[in-house]
Design a protein around this ligand. Sequence first.
Ligand code: 9YW
Length: 421
Amino acid sequence: MLSTTPPTDLDDAARAVLRRNDRGGFTVPNGRVYPFQWNWDSAFVALGFATFDLDRAWRELETLFEGQWQDGMVPHIVFRAPAEGYYPGPEAWGIQRQPLTSGISQPPVAATAARVLHDLSAGDAARIRSLFPKLFASHRWWHEIRDPDGTGLVTMVHPWESGRDNSPDWDEPLRHVVPSVDVAHLRKDLGHVDATQRPTHDFYNRVMTLVEEAKALAWDGVSVARTLSFRVCDLGIQSILLRADRDLLKLAEELGFTAEASALRDWIARSETAMQRLKGTDGLYRSLDLRSGQLSEAVTCAAFLPLYARTASQKDAQALKEYLAATRAVAGFSIASTDPRDPRFDATRYWRGPVWLMMNRVIADGLSGYGLTEEADTLRADSGELVRRNGFWEYFDPRDGAGCGGPDFSWTAAMWLSWCG
Ligand code: 9YW
């Protein structure tokens, strides 16, 4: 929503964060830790820009899609300009195209963001008309290249694709990736952020082994999807894609893209049916290791995303309401990225415990979609309070709200402007 209230100092500060991280049409998540353009960050950042500069918001999505591959994939990083301070940079991915990119994707939030921008565009459909075919190609990539047998469950081949890099959801599937490289000495993140807040060396060795496997396949999409030694249906990507399919379908219907609308309806129906395979015996959804057929043991913040996808039942929503109350009683601020009662919970280590504001936003959207407005308001209040107390940190310790990771983070500022401020 466009803000109509007078700006407060924090609004000004949030806008200043976005302006500072703006590199000319694209935004870096944080100039020191992440000095390139990231996929789902840009989609969330566009929502922040939309509150004060709609043209700039569209640019964020347009520049992201300049990195799109021929086969439709939107890479997780677009290396638009050389920058120091991040590993793995373009040379580690070995991809020859311009602009330089990584070889994997990230949760497809872009169509949902584009729908918001279009709704704010007062009947001017020029921007969405030119972006629509690219958005559609990216959804087709997920549904066809990353689901080559048409099962309705899409495959992720690398933990970074989930955007929840070191979540306990990936512990078990990553055990089967035999490290063939040692990259500890190449890491640059530990120069910027405390090691206790970052993934381990062992994690980096395994995930860079996956990059080597894909390079050996010359990054061929279907071969990668069928043969990498990490193949998981991430509940996050699956749910975010389903929600984005619904948003793209609305756009297709409005703009008269009839063939695309029909394909989207088929993909939605297929995904809705397949999602049932992700439900555990306790009624909570999980990610599925497609190699072993095992559901993840951990319950993480992704468990709420079937609400955001609008594919959960009212009974599922009640189970999540109870889960939220129980975890809230243990960890002060919601939503901890891993169940704080789980031994794998680690309050400051990235996706193993901390609270992330853009996750809170999509989860709150899901909760309100099921009438759980009190719970949605609680998440919004927690998120606002974290920023008010500590600023625009990358993520926050759920116990005391301390800011972690990098400061002046773009998506946190964008969430403040567009949602919790
Ligand atoms: C990395 C940029 C990205 C986010 C991811 C987050 C982290 C990059 O930063 O990944 O090198 O680990 O996990 O969700 O898009 O903000």
